[in-house]
Design a protein. Structure first.
Length: 320
């Protein structure tokens, strides 16, 4: 069976690597163009491209700005693909490409559809305090993440689980599920389970402003935000250190029920920990990173900065 794989980030690269190691023959790979990263501005290959190049023999890689551009269709037609497999490619595939492979196009999505359609399902479900997530393999349609489902696998979310930990668990579950589905296509035993669109929720891309901590929200919401964007892009807040306003990333927190104070008030600053009051309850900061510095424990922060020289900035408008 001829497979063309579409994908870009590390999540997709790990899925691709799993498929290749388990005997799936991938004829070609479509990934996003190399982008400049770091201070040097040197374009770096996408994680999916690196997997393709490391394969023996290397797999042909294409990097169009937009895969759905009409001119690129002629490139893909040459492969006479049976199946397009799409994992976190970074573009909504248009109908003329969806119609191209003989058996169709399938997508691995990191949520239990129809909940959390969109670009950031893992982060958003942690924000919402979900105790369960999973993966869905689906037939692709032009509408985002709305196609008929083929297979779902559930994965529990612990109260301290971070986005990075959930991503790893879903990648492993999704890789196994996708392999099973691909192997089912030649046997003509692939299912079609329509989604209940009335239950759909959406998970838009995470922007930098989404990661700002609002101390007026509940401690549980703050804790869920911190773990939902750990390890990247990271939750942050503004602090004043020796009269200078700096951005501080907050990497790890502990929810402390029953502690009270004004939002943003420092309840403890010392041996018993760095405890910040929220709109309801409080959080203990465990690991932080001041602008221009390396990550450090809250204890290291407090040993280096006296309490009278450290404060948090709190928004004055109505909380969102």
């Amino acid at each position: 069976m001829k497979v063309v794989f579409f994908g870009t980030p590390q999540f997709a690269a790990e899925v691709l690597d799993f498929l290749l190691k388990n005997g799936i023959e991938v004829s070609a790979i479509v990934t996003k163009p190399d982008r400049p990263k770091g201070r040097s501005g040197t374009p770096l290959p996408t994680p999916v491209k690196l997997v393709a190049q490391a394969n023996n023999p290397p797999i042909q890689v294409y990097q169009p700005e937009q895969a759905s551009d009409p001119g690129f269709a002629d490139v893909l037609k040459v492969y006479e693909a049976d199946l397009f497999v799409v994992v976190a490619y970074g573009e909504i595939i248009k109908q003329h490409l969806l119609d191209m492979p003989k058996l169709g196009c399938i997508n691995l999505h990191a949520s239990l559809l129809p909940k959390y359609r969109g670009a950031a399902p893992m982060q958003r479900c942690i924000f919402e305090g979900e105790t369960e997530s999973g993966v869905t393999i689906m037939h692709m349609v032009k509408k985002m993440d709305a196609g008929d489902m083929i297979k779902t696998v559930k994965v529990p979310i612990g109260s301290e689980m971070t986005f990075g930990e959930l991503e790893k668990a879903l990648c492993e579950a999704g890789s196994r599920a996708l392999l099973e589905v691909i192997r089912d296509f030649p046997r003509n035993v692939v299912h079609r389970i329509p989604q209940d669109n009335s239950k759909a929720t959406f998970a838009p891309k995470i922007e930098l402003e989404d990661c700002e901590i609002d101390w007026r929200k509940s401690a549980l919401q703050v804790h869920n935000l911190v773990r939902g964007v750990n390890p990247y892009p990271g939750a942050w807040c503004l602090v004043k250190v020796r009269g200078k306003t700096l951005r501080m990333k907050v990497n790890w927190t502990q929810w402390m029920a029953g502690r009270k104070g004004e939002p943003g008030e420092i309840l403890n600053y010392g041996p018993s920990g760095l405890v910040i009051a929220c709109g309801q309850d409080a959080v203990r900061l465990l690991e932080v990173q001041l602008e221009g510095k390396k990550a450090m424990s809250a204890g290291e922060l407090m040993r280096g900065i006296p309490q009278h020289e450290f404060s948090l900035e709190v928004k004055k408008d109505a909380p969102q």
